[in-house]
Design a protein around this ligand. Structure first.
Ligand SMILES: [Fe+2]
Length: 249
């Protein structure tokens, strides 16, 4: 499953953003085509060369039909400009009844062409047996990627749980949270996850153009605190490894 040789590479290749709501008209992200294109302008300026577009798949709130997701992806891919990042279709799967059904049927939307899938859980409710469940996905040849771990209350006071999760899934911290834009407690946790090495990677989770500017501040925080090599590891090499099906070291 894991086919990456990038872990042996030290050179920067180009930023890969695993989490965004760039696709228009599907969820609480970009409302229209012009916003999608403005977001891609901003992401290109940030240095992103591959942009994963991950609309919500969340029961009773944002659950656009998959053929509509595919059509929107194809349309934006046709509209994007040469300097924009390439696009890869994925989804942000909420851990809910829809997800459970899809997991049983092996139809959870992954990052296209990869065994990795992005999943989020409700902030205040860590599902019981989460570590074991993630391990079962791994055994089945999948790579779970947990979105914004800094939001999950159960991890705030339990590094042991975070470390256990880190062994069976990728933990992908939101860059705006590193810069303090998602609340004080979330910022503290985001910084702790990155500084302690528990974070596998970072992503923008951009819903609008302003989020990309906030993400830039998150990258600046990593540069200043841990050095640019850490930024390259977390926003270039690690996401590439994840898309190759590998859990980053
Ligand atoms: Fe998201």
């Amino acid at each position: 499953m894991c086919t990456s040789t990038l872990r042996y590479t030290r050179e920067p290749v180009g930023y890969v953003d695993l989490h965004s709501h760039v696709l228009f008209g599907l969820d609480d992200g970009a409302p229209d085509r012009s916003t999608s294109l403005a977001m891609l302008d901003a992401l290109a300026a940030l240095g992103v060369t591959e942009q994963c577009v991950t609309p919500h798949q969340k029961a009773h709130q944002y659950l656009p039909a998959w053929d509509r997701v595919e059509a929107t992806y194809a349309e934006l891919d046709g509209l994007r400009r040469p300097l924009h990042p390439t696009l890869r279709l994925g989804a942000e799967n909420m851990w809910d009844d829809v997800f459970y059904t899809r997991a049983a049927e092996d139809t959870v939307p992954t990052y296209r062409g990869t065994p990795a899938f992005l999943v989020e859980i409700p902030p205040s409710l860590m599902p019981p047996g989460m570590v074991d469940r993630m391990f079962q996905f791994q055994r089945a040849g999948k790579l779970p990627v947990l979105a914004h771990p800094e939001r999950y209350h159960a991890l705030w006071e339990d590094d042991g749980l975070a470390a256990s999760l880190r062994r069976v899934c990728a933990l992908v911290v939101d860059l705006p949270a590193l810069a303090g834009f998602h609340g004080r407690r979330e910022s503290k946790m985001a910084r702790h996850l990155v500084e302690s090495g528990l974070a596998s990677a970072v992503a923008t989770d951009a819903h609008q153009v302003g989020d990309v500017q906030q993400a830039a501040q998150g990258l600046a925080w990593i540069d200043k605190k841990l050095g640019h090599a850490a930024t390259v590891r977390l926003f270039d090499h690690a996401p590439r490894a994840i898309l190759a099906g590998c859990l980053p070291d």
